[in-house]
Design a protein around this ligand. Structure first.
Ligand SMILES: Nc1nc2c(ncn2[C@@H]2O[C@H](COP(=O)(O)OP(=O)(O)OP(=O)(O)O)[C@@H](O)[C@H]2O)c(=O)[nH]1
Ligand SMILES: [Mg+2]
Ligand SMILES: [Zn+2]
Length: 288
C-alpha cells in the first residue's frame, strides 16, 4: 500500500503521483457502490502492485465544476475581450469558489488586445475595488502580468478556471514551456471558445501544483439561490447580519445587504447583477 495524490482521471483511469513516481490506477467497484467518485486532487491510498485505489482520504474541499478536490487557491480567468468579458459571469465564478470556501484571484487575460487606458479595464477595477479581490491583468501573448501570476503560485495547489477560450491552457504553456497543451481559437460565428481541454489535470509547478480545467458554459453553472445570496462577492460577510436567516436581499426587512447598498458600500450596479442572477436561478429551479 502507498499514499499518493490523483493528478487526473480519464475514463476510469487515475493517474496517481506518489512522491514523484507515477502510477496508473483503477477504482474498485466499492467506490461505485458507495457512490464515491475519486477526483483529481484526492489524496488516496492505493495498491501499487495491483494498481487499484483503496481509499480516498477526507477532502478539505471539493468542486462539482470543475471536478476537483483539495485546492488551496482558485484563479478565475476571464478574457477582457474575445470572448467578451461579463461581470455577471465573473461574479458567478467567484460565487462558486466562495461556496467551496475559497476566495478567488481574478486574472484578466488578453490585455494585449486593448489599450492600457481602455474603459473596460477601468470598469472592472471599479467594480471590484471595494470588494477586496486581487485582480491581475495579463497576456499570454505579450507576457505582461505573467510574473504576478507566478508570485501567487508558490507552495500551493492552484486551479485555473473560467469560460472556454479565455486562455487557461495558453497560460499553462507559458508557465511550463515545452508542455504544449492543446489550445483552440475562438469561434467567429459564436464568439466563444471551442471546449478544447477535456480533462482536469494537475501539473507540477516549482514547489506547488497547477491544474488546467475544461472551460464551462453559462448553462453549466448551477447554484442554489441561497448559495448566491450568501456567497455573492461582497455579500459573504454581510448576510449573517440580515434579520432573516434565509434572506435573499430582495424585499426582506432588516436586510444588511440592502443597507450596505443604501450607504454606498456596495454599488447599485453590482446589486443589479445580483438581482438578475437571482431571478435566473429561481426560474431555473422552477423549470425542474
Ligand atoms: N490575444 C491573446 N490571445 C490569447 C491569449 N491567451 C489565449 N489566447 C488565445 O485564445 C484562444 C483560446 O486559448 P486556450 O488557451 O485554448 O483557452 P482555454 O481557456 O484553455 O479554453 P478551453 O480549453 O476550451 O476551456 C487561443 O487561440 C489562444 O491563442 C492572450 O493573452 N492574448
Ligand atoms: Mg484549455
Ligand atoms: Zn439580506
Amino acid at each position: 500500500m502507498r499514499k499518493g495524490f490523483i493528478l487526473s482521471c480519464n475514463a476510469g483511469n487515475y493517474k496517481v503521483d506518489s512522491n514523484g513516481e507515477i502510477f496508473m490506477c483503477r477504482a474498485r467497484g466499492k467506490f461505485r457502490i458507495n457512490k464515491e467518485k475519486p477526483l483529481a486532487g484526492d489524496q488516496v491510498i492505493f495498491d501499487e502492485k495491483e494498481n487499484y485505489l483503496l481509499k480516498i482520504e477526507p477532502r478539505k474541499n471539493s468542486f462539482v465544476r470543475p471536478p476537483i478536490a483539495n485546492v488551496d487557491q482558485v484563479i478565475v480567468i476571464a478574457s477582457i475581450t474575445n470572448p467578451p468579458i461579463s461581470l455577471a459571469l465573473i461574479n458567478r465564478f467567484i460565487t462558486m469558489s466562495i461556496v467551496c470556501g475559497l476566495k478567488p484571484i481574478i486574472a484578466l487575460s488578453k490585455v494585449d488586445l486593448i489599450d492600457k487606458d481602455d474603459e473596460l479595464l477601468k470598469k472592472i477595477n471599479d467594480a471590484y475595488k471595494d470588494l477586496d479581490y486581487e485582480i491581475i491583468p495579463f497576456s499570454n501573448k505579450s507576457k505582461i502580468g505573467i510574473n504576478k501570476i507566478i508570485e501567487t503560485l508558490s507552495n500551493k495547489k492552484t486551479v485555473f478556471t473560467g469560460q472556454s477560450g479565455v486562455g487557461k491552457s495558453s497560460l499553462i504553456n507559458n508557465l511550463l514551456p515545452g508542455y504544449n497543451k492543446e489550445t483552440g481559437d475562438i469561434s467567429k460565428a459564436l464568439g466563444r471558445g471551442k471546449h478544447i481541454t477535456r480533462l482536469v489535470e494537475f501539473l507540477k509547478y516549482n514547489n506547488g501544483w497547477i491544474a488546467d480545467t475544461p472551460g464551462f458554459s453559462l448553462i453549466d453553472i448551477d447554484l442554489k439561490p441561497v448559495e448566491l445570496a450568501t456567497c455573492y462577492p461582497g455579500f459573504e460577510n454581510l448576510f449573517s447580519k440580515c434579520k432573516f436567516r434565509n434572506c435573499l436581499h430582495e424585499f426582506e426587512k432588516g436586510c444588511a445587504v440592502k443597507s450596505a447598498i443604501e450607504s454606498g458600500i456596495i454599488s447599485k450596479d453590482h446589486y443589479e447583477i445580483y438581482l438578475s442572477l437571482l431571478e435566473e436561478l429561481k426560474n431555473k429551479k422552477e423549470r425542474f
